[in-house]
Design a protein around this ligand. Structure first.
Ligand code: NAP
Ligand code: GDD
Length: 385
């Protein structure tokens, strides 16, 4: 018989990819979704099955990581072989606005899962994956970061995740739970939340090219991240739970890139060359050349002349808005995934260019849909952060 998995955060980027991956492996996947006033299952609607179907392989439960009884009941009901605790208030900048909520969900939420498994006497049945984060390294103590690098969190999000990391280790050592941390570095995809920097860039680029937006306003362009593709990273989560012994692993590509470079690469993927000038909030990114053939191949001839004429009057497509700065920044993340490669046999398939290409292609397609609607007389809204 197939295994049962429970995914918290199933409606998020990683939850959606992981659910699809596990269903393909023959799992019955249970997921916790939050009640919201609008439907929030866009990312998993393609996996959804009518509740009247017998033998479903995707079953959703209403719940919230801030509700101990709800979490305990769901675990009791579905008796998962594996729990992937991906649910979290996952936006670092927003965590400065909602620090207590973040601590409750991202920190104590993890305790609620561990404690439920312990109290229900399921520790020999259920393996637990905790979504830890490279944000734990914060003001980094060494480069690159490994499983042994000391932590120095720089946000309420990272402080909450620090508690979650250590309580996972503690339950493993104190009670013998099969509980592991994946210390994942940034991973993105076409379904990444729109307010994370990668997706903000690829969406804005697509809108600028199609004439739906003039300027991309950015925060700190100089910070560096080790970016991978979420599809590669969810496989690491799975591998971590297949190990006989629970343990903690860094999951990263081993390459770091500045945010500015991510912007340049994204524009370059459509044949648009940018040049950056100025410092801090005075910095701007200007279009200095266009490769007509590449632009036409990717975006379509239809948009080329219009884009060129807009650029003649407004070539400064990237500007800085200090409103996006964080009170304390994480300047540089670079992971060393040697342990994961050697013990799990994990290796990412995507490089940064492949990731960016996929994200830009996907957002261009989405924004073209917006454009058709606008041309058809519908009111198009932008969802700025
Ligand atoms: P995401 O897209 O923001 O998804 C977060 C998920 O958590 C969503 O399903 C969200 O539900 C759910 N959630 C939020 N608050 C909750 C609560 N109180 N109770 C239950 N569920 C709640 O994040 P992601 O990128 O997939 O990341 C998955 C996990 O990995 C997170 O824990 C994140 O902190 C961690 N992580 C991510 C990265 C990365 O680069 N992506 C790197 C390291 C660690 P709604 O859809 O209803 O909002
Ligand atoms: N979001 C955002 N918006 N970030 C910006 C912007 C902007 O306009 N301009 C510059 N940045 C910089 C941020 O200051 C940060 O240094 C970097 O871009 C990446 O920001 P995010 O994409 O928001 O991700 P993050 O690194 O803060 O956090 C993500 O990765 C963590 C793993 O390291 C999230 O997914 C976390 O949940 C995850 O733990």
């Amino acid at each position: 018989m197939g295994k049962n998995a429970l995914i918290t955060g199933i409606t998020g980027q990683d939850g959606a990819y992981l659910a699809e991956f596990l269903i393909k492996k023959g799992y019955i996947v249970h997921g916790i979704k939050r009640r919201s006033s609008l439907l929030n299952t866009d990312r998993i609607d393609h996996l959804y099955q009518d509740p009247h179907i017998e033998k479903r392989n995707l079953i959703l439960h209403y719940g919230d990581l801030s509700d101990s009884m709800n979490i305990t009941r769901i675990i009791q009901e579905c008796r998962p072989d594996e729990i992937y605790n991906l649910g979290a208030m996952s936006h670092v900048k927003v965590s400065f606005d909602v620090p207590e909520y973040t601590a409750n969900t991202d920190g104590i939420g993890t305790l609620r899962i561990l404690e439920a498994v312990r109290l229900l006497d399921m520790k020999d049945h259920t393996r637990i994956y905790q979504a830890s984060s490279s944000e734990l390294y914060g003001l980094v103590r060494e480069v690159p970061q490994t499983e042994n690098t000391p932590f120095y969190p720089r946000s309420p999000y990272a402080c909450a995740k620090l508690y979650a990391y250590w309580i996972t280790v503690n339950y493993r050592e104190a009670y013998g739970l099969h509980a592991s941390n994946g210390i994942l570095f940034n991973h993105e995809s076409p379904i990444r939340g729109e307010t994370f920097v990668s997706r903000k860039i690829t969406r804005a680029l697509s809108r600028i090219v199609l004439g739906l937006q003039d300027t991309l306003y950015m925060g700190n362009l100089s910070s560096k991240r080790d970016w991978g593709h979420a599809k590669d990273y969810i496989q690491a989560m799975y591998l971590i739970l297949q190990q006989e012994q629970p343990d903690d692993y860094v999951i990263a590509t081993g390459v770091t890139t500045a945010v500015r470079e991510f912007v340049s690469k994204s524009f370059a993927s459509l044949g648009i060359e940018l040049s950056f000038k100025g410092e801090k909030e005075k910095e701007t990114g200007k279009v200095i050349s266009i490769n007509d053939a590449l632009f036409t191949e990717k975006a379509g001839r239809h948009y080329l002349d219009k884009f060129k004429s807009r650029i003649r009057t407004n070539p400064l497509v990237v500007k800085v808005d200090p409103g996006y700065y964080r009170p304390t920044e994480v300047d540089l993340l670079l992971g060393d995934p040697t342990k994961a490669r050697e013990k799990l046999g994990w290796k990412p398939e995507y490089d940064l260019d492949g990731l960016i290409n996929e994200m830009v292609d996907s957002d261009l397609l989405l924004m073209k849909k917006e454009n058709y609607l606008r041309d058809g007389g519908y009111n198009i809204l932008n969802y700025f952060e």
